[in-house]
Write a protein that binds this ligand. Structure first.
Ligand code: ATP
Ligand code: MG
Length: 285
């Protein structure tokens, strides 16, 4: 029987979360020692452990059928691959940063300057778009110290909280792209593999949906039942069951994390009581 090969980062910021999502999809990896390959015992799938930079090329070459990387790494690789799903972790941005005492006003500043980065392709595209000529210094790792040691006038690097920049005396001045982990695939694949990948994706989506939603239960006074039902943007329509106590009902539904506190606020205003919020294990939408 056919199997699909999914490439994930061997060790780094994406590794744990990539393995978590695969485990939550009910896929059990044997010899999960992360040497080079692990095989799943209950799904036709193999995991390849690679450096994240190598993953897009391995997919493009057909060595792996799919993979998980940051959008920044995909953009840098220039590979023509398909993003199947955004995975909601490893959120960051790629930005230009300069000395924090500098009086920065616009991208013109970078004309003729030296910029250190591990992402020369993405930077070059941005510089060209802004019609700026700058010297790009490619360094792998510890980009944030490049200005301090006199190697560059500015850096272009991954930023999340900004604390690394701050502790190196830098400030973020231009955001070039946002990034998060994505599931990538090659546009060409046998029908058998495509079918397996579709099943994998179906499970992954169930995991992602469950992470973003909560099951809620509450007691509602019947006179406000319509208001309460309208306040819940549920999947289809909430379940309403009578309580033993006359004049009250129990309402069950699913609420998205983003709307959550706003919905809870409205429910309380309409007299809902005993609100319970329960995590969802899997959600098939
Ligand atoms: P490798 O050895 O596999 O090449 P790496 O050093 O290039 O690893 P990591 O530092 O593990 O990469 O980062 C992997 C990805 O995680 C980055 O490409 C980016 O998409 C994301 N990332 C990096 N730093 C952060 C951060 N501080 N917050 C959120 N996401 C981040
Ligand atoms: Mg890397």
């Amino acid at each position: 029987m056919e199997k699909i090969k999914i490439a994930i980062q061997k060790s780094g910021r994406l590794s744990e979360k990539s393995l978590d999502i695969i485990a939550e999809a009910g896929i059990n990896l044997i010899n999960g020692s992360r040497k080079l390959i692990s095989l799943a015992s209950n799904f036709p799938l193999e995991i390849l452990y690679l450096r994240d930079d190598d993953i897009p090329q391995y997919i493009a070459d057909g060595v792996a059928d799919a993979g998980i990387v940051g959008e920044n790494v995909l953009a840098e690789s220039g590979a023509q691959l398909k993003v199947l799903e955004r995975l909601g972790f490893a959120r960051c941005r790629l930005s230009l940063a300069v000395n924090k005492s500098l009086d920065y006003s616009d991208p013109e500043y970078f004309e003729g300057k030296r910029i250190a980065t591990s992402f020369p392709g993405i930077l070059k595209t941005w510089l060209d778009k802004n019609k700026i000529n700058a010297e790009i210094h490619v360094i792998n790792g510890s980009v944030e110290i490049a200005t301090g040691i006199g190697l560059a006038d500015a850096i272009f690097d991954i930023v999340s909280s900004g604390s690394t920049l701050l502790s190196n005396g830098l400030k973020e001045v231009e955001k070039v792209m946002d990034s998060e982990a994505v599931l990538l695939t090659s546009p060409e694949m046998s029908d058998g593999k495509r079918e397996i990948l579709d099943e994998f994706l179906f499970r992954l989506r169930a995991v992602l949906a469950s992470r973003n939603n909560k099951y809620i239960l509450l007691n509602a006074p019947d006179e406000n039942l319509d208001n309460i039902i309208n306040a819940i943007p549920g999947m289809k329509s909430p379940t309403v069951l009578p309580l033993a106590l006359k004049g009250w009902s129990s309402v069950h539904s699913v609420v998205n994390e983003n709307d959550f506190w706003q919905v809870i606020g409205k429910l309380r205003d309409f007299g809902a009581e005993g609100i319970l919020v329960i995590p969802i294990e899997k959600m098939i939408v």
